[in-house]
Design a protein around this ligand. Structure first.
Ligand SMILES: [Zn+2]
Ligand SMILES: [Zn+2]
Length: 177
């Protein structure tokens, strides 16, 4: 049985056509994949265009170059990280700042440990912390020492003065214990 040279030729042609079709499909698939992938990783149209061009022109070596150079994180992952960072930053910013040195302080502090600025004052009646600008305790209604309530009589004003030093003591004892 002799093989017709024409048949061999046809088989070779068929194989070549199949190979070419496979390569063409692979090429198109890689370009589409790159397009989808870079769209998730870069917002810049120029970078997107360059990525597709590199893969389209260089084919398999192009995809290797793309995989090496593409942004490591997707936009989604970057967004998630930004959210986490912002949440962290927000938590830090929530704590008030010392007006003296600008460092973060705690709500319950009366004096800044860093620059010794007075931050809050205790009510001389109930010992709860008051803002320095308040001249009346919002918890028990006692006027701050040295401050006079409107329509406060001289008698009442004199009565509040001796009380001034008394409530400091229970607070100090608590701190010692
Ligand atoms: Zn300070
Ligand atoms: Zn008070």
């Amino acid at each position: 049985m002799t093989i017709d040279p024409l048949t061999i030729n046809n088989i070779l042609l068929g194989l070549a056509a199949w190979g070419a079709a496979f390569l063409a499909t692979l090429w198109v698939s890689l370009v589409i994949w790159t397009y989808r992938d870079i769209r998730r990783r870069a917002r810049d149209p120029l970078i997107r265009f360059l990525a597709i061009i590199v893969v389209a022109l260089l084919f398999l070596p192009g995809i290797v170059i793309y995989l090496i150079l593409r942004p490591a994180r997707t936009l989604e992952e970057e967004y998630q990280q930004t959210l986490e960072e912002e949440a962290l930053l927000h938590a830090i910013e929530e704590s008030p700042l010392c007006p003296g040195c600008g460092r973060h302080i705690k709500e319950a502090w009366t004096i800044c440990p860093n620059c010794h600025t007075k931050l809050k004052k205790p009510c001389h009646q109930c010992s709860k912390l008051m803002e320095l600008s308040w001249n009346l305790c919002p918890y028990c209604g006692t006027p701050a020492p040295g401050m006079r309530r409107e329509n406060l009589t001289m008698d009442e004003a004199l009565r509040t003065i001796p009380v001034e030093e008394e409530p400091d003591k229970p607070e100090n004892n608590e701190a010692v214990q």
